[in-house]
Ligand binder design. Structure first.
Ligand SMILES: Nc1ncnc2c1ncn2[C@@H]1O[C@H](COP(=O)(O)OP(=O)(O)OP(=O)(O)O)[C@@H](O)[C@H]1O
Length: 800
């Protein structure tokens, strides 16, 4: 009974609505049902066709993968997946698209929450402002590159279903009214018919709701795919943007977090915002229109004033959700990278017994994150209270007052009430109907308004992820173009020769923002003309440190060169310059084209993939077949590096394992040397890459490399490698000093002789020690044979 009386106003309202709209909108759900069912079936068929196609494609790719790379050991391992061999192009973005889009991504005017050193000091805050809309617009150029694309199709479908849902809500409300009307009138037939319509409409209505959710997810995934592809194309390219982002620039710290989490979060929020904002806006327009019929234009004026005041107040009190979200994403990234570090260095940490310290680092990063999240929750308490107070209570009070206007001041009343009274309806009935209709509309409006205000909060948070995604793309674009961030270069007059290093008046000031050197590709050799080796200095106000000054060297084919010097002097820096990883600040570097030069780094790298992939890296199996190379050749190569036993031991070329855990230190280095013999480049830079290999095998590998016609540039401090080279580049570390000489000159001989002398001296010492040892032994024996003075018999055996 209580429940009944509680629902009564709503039921009366439905009946009144039904009566009110008798002429033009009699509850006729059947055409609506038919229309919705038709659209649902068409879209359902479209989507199921797509799904069938996707299933077919998946089955086909499974067959091809099984056909090319499955092996018994692969199955045994179970966990590691070999890279898929695909004939499809890996890159999706053309250089022209990059060039066109670059201008849409100038450095952000908002100081980034994700970077530790942003040069952009700006008063613009993270939030729903002009800069946010500009950033979103730029990102949309990537998300929807043209009008006719998959994303537009999904957006159209999504919009259709959103409109359908609003339409169905109206139909359901009217049907509700009609059923209640028949119930009150005791019309059994009408009631049963109404119930029939009710069930008939349930199917398309529920289908519409689940399609809205499905299309929202689909839109999010489509956006994510577009963005991830674009970012990957930008990140992994010939300009080694990934290396630059990680080593030469600190604007996007934790780039993995940006690409994996932030992009996904951004796409989810954007797709969600469309439906969360679109529906309330549509509702607000419809309900406001209907409300105007009930409370009149003057009442609507009051309502709009309350909208404006609410929007103003909420904007005033809304905390910087965008900035908070951006900081949260950064802290999440820090926590994640602390774990990644531990995974990468588990063995080293275990050897050092460093669990406790690592534990404290993890706890500290986690606490920092949680403290921030907790502070957001606390900020939300006051905000939610205010939001509820305004939207639920103040709006209701305003609503009630406005609803009362036609009652107390009929002259001000809405069109309907005036018309109803004029047409002779009972005054009380007219007032009840007017009040309940207005109240229902007000409630719906408050609900739509609440959702819109909630969307404002979502938009503020979206501003945070938009900033991070925008910064990612913007910085990658700049790095790809070789534009770095650094202190302003000093002008010639203002001391271009100002020292950047303590106590060195001649050292030049090197800024990442002032790179003037030239890099030439395609030279038959490696030539440095007036090139300094300078450490990159992202965010360092003192500029980069000059390790080697004004280097001039020319290595022609066959001029095997050894680069030597103490630790940290810049030997690997030389290799980084040749490979284009470090910028050429001044002078000119000429080098062969990429296919003619190969680097083997200090730390042996083993990729994800099969045993074969380890030898042919960075070729894929498909590249190997295309180049006409065979497994017999690979076997010969393994013999040269003394690893011929590996394929048998590991179960064949197709075996997939985590190779970095399988091979010993020396095996890893020999495997890296095997790559050199596979690729046979004209030049090779070997950076201490045989330090764990026994010296006899090392010698064989060096001689084989020379026999293959490879010009070697070895970075090492071991004199044992002198004999395989013709030239010596010695970096002394003394104010960037360096010496170039030919091995075999007086100086070099002197150096080798010095080493021989020092070894000889040690050997002589061994002889002396041996002689001394024999003497002591002799003395002891003499002493024992003489026996004790008191005549006690000492047993020789017991003493020794
Ligand atoms: N990305 C970087 N940013 C700034 N400085 C760097 C960077 N990489 C290396 N350095 C610094 O440059 C200096 C030279 O490094 P490099 O690796 O060339 O030394 P090296 O002579 O090869 O030493 P080792 O014999 O120990 O391998 C070191 O002091 C190092 O700290």
């Amino acid at each position: 009974m209580v429940a009944h009386s509680k629902d009564l106003p709503q039921q009366i309202s439905s009946v009144l609505d039904a009566v009110h709209t008798k002429k033009s909108t009699r509850a006729r759900p059947l055409p609506a049902v038919a229309l919705v069912s038709f659209i649902a079936v068409v879209i359902g068929r479209y989507l199921s066709n797509k799904q069938a196609k996707a299933k077919k494609a998946a089955a086909a790719s499974k067959v091809s993968t099984e056909g090319t790379s499955s092996s018994s050991s692969n199955v045994k391992e179970g966990k590691i997946v070999a890279p898929k061999k695909t004939s499809k192009p890996i890159k999706h973005t053309t250089p022209e698209t990059f060039a066109r889009n670059r201008k849409y991504f100038p450095p952000s005017k908002v100081a980034s929450a994700g970077s530790s050193a942003s040069s952009v000091k700006s008063s613009v805050k993270v939030g729903v402002n002009k800069e946010f809309f500009r950033q979103i617009e730029s990102i949309f150029k990537i998300l929807i590159p043209k009008l006719h694309c998959k994303e537009t199709m999904i957006l159209i479908l999504h919009t259709t279903f959103l409109v359908l849902r609003t339409y169905l809500s109206v139909v359901v409300a009217r049907l509700d009214g009609a059923i209640v009307k028949n119930l009150i009138a005791g019309n059994g037939k009408g009631f049963i018919r109404g119930l029939g319509y009710w069930f008939a409409i349930a199917l398309p209505a529920t289908y519409t709701n689940s399609m809205i959710r499905y299309l929202q997810s689909k839109l999010s995934i489509a956006f994510r795919t577009r963005l991830t592809r674009y970012v990957h194309d930008l990140y992994l390219n010939d300009q080694v943007t990934y290396y630059r982002a990680l080593n030469l620039d600190d604007r996007i710290e934790g780039v993995d977090q940006y690409i994996t989490t932030d992009v996904a979060k951004f796409c989810d929020s954007l797709a969600g915002l469309y439906s969360n904002l679109g529906k309330p806006i549509l509702d607000t327009i419809i309900f406001n229109y209907q409300l105007m019929r009930s409370i009149g234009v003057s009442g609507m004026g009051g309502l709009f004033v309350s909208y404006i005041v609410t929007a103003f107040l909420l904007r005033m009190v809304t905390p910087a959700f965008g900035k908070l979200a951006a900081v949260e994403a950064k802290l999440e990234g820090d926590f994640r990278s602390a774990h990644t570090r531990l995974i990468t260095n588990a063995e080293e940490v275990a050897f050092y017994n460093g669990a406790e310290l690592e534990h404290s680092i993890l706890t500290r990063t986690y606490k920092r994150l949680i403290r921030h999240i907790n502070s957001i929750y606390k900020i939300r308490i006051a905000y939610n209270m205010f939001e509820d107070f305004i939207i639920k209570y103040c709006w209701s009070a305003v609503g009630l007052t406005l609803c009362a206007l036609p009652v107390f001041f009929p002259a001000l009343g809405g069109v309907d009430s005036v018309k109803d009274i004029a047409s002779g309806d009972k005054v009380v009935g007219a007032r009840t109907k007017g009040f309940i209709t207005s109240k229902r509309l007000m409630m719906s409006l408050a609900d739509a308004g609440g959702r819109m205000m909630y969307s404002y909060k979502e938009m503020s948070e979206l501003a945070g992820s938009t900033l991070r995604v925008y910064n990612l793309i913007s910085v990658l674009h700049q790095l790809q173009a070789g534009e770095f961030e650094g202190p302003a270069p000093k002008t010639a007059g203002a001391g271009s020769s100002t020292s950047s290093q303590d106590g060195d008046a001649e050292a030049e000031f090197y800024s990442m923002a002032d790179i003037r050197g030239i890099m030439n590709y395609g030279y038959e050799g490696i030539k440095f003309v007036g090139v300094p080796i300078v450490t990159p200095s992202p965010g360092n106000a003192n500029g980069g440190e000059e390790l080697v000054r004004n280097l001039n060297v020319d290595v022609k084919p066959g001029d095997h060169m050894l680069v030597t010097g103490p630790n940290g002097v810049g030997k690997t820096g030389f290799a980084r310059l040749v490979s284009g990883l470090w910028p050429v600040f001044r002078g000119e570097v000429s080098r062969p084209s990429p296919k003619d030069i190969f680097y083997i780094p200090q730390r042996a790298y083993l990729s994800i993939g099969s045993l074969r992939d380890q030898v042919i890296y960075p070729h894929s199996h498909a590249d190997m077949i295309k180049a006409g190379r065979t497994e017999e050749e690979l076997m010969t190569i393994l013999k040269h590096v003394h690893l011929a036993y590996i394929p048998d031991r590991e179960g064949g070329w197709d075996t997939v394992k985590e190779w970095k855990d399988v091979f010993s230190g020396g095996e890893k280095q020999r495997m890296n040397m095997a790559r050199l013999f596979y690729h046979k480049p004209k030049f090779a830079i070997l950076d201490e890459c045989t330090s764990a290999v026994s010296s006899d095998v090392e010698g064989l590998m060096y001689n084989h490399a020379k026999d293959e016609g490879i010009t070697l540039i070895t970075i090492s401090h071991r004199p044992a490698l002198f004999k395989y080279h013709l030239h010596l580049l010695k970096l002394t570390g003394d104010h960037g000093h360096w010496e170039f000489s030919t091995i075999g000159t007086a100086e070099e001989r002197q150096s080798v002789e010095n080493e021989i002398k020092s070894l000889q001296a040690k050997l002589d010492e061994v002889e002396d020690l041996k002689t001394r040892h024999a003497e002591i032994q002799k003395e002891l024996e003499v002493g024992l044979n003489a026996g004790p003075q008191d005549g006690t018999k000492v047993q020789k055996r017991g003493l020794f």
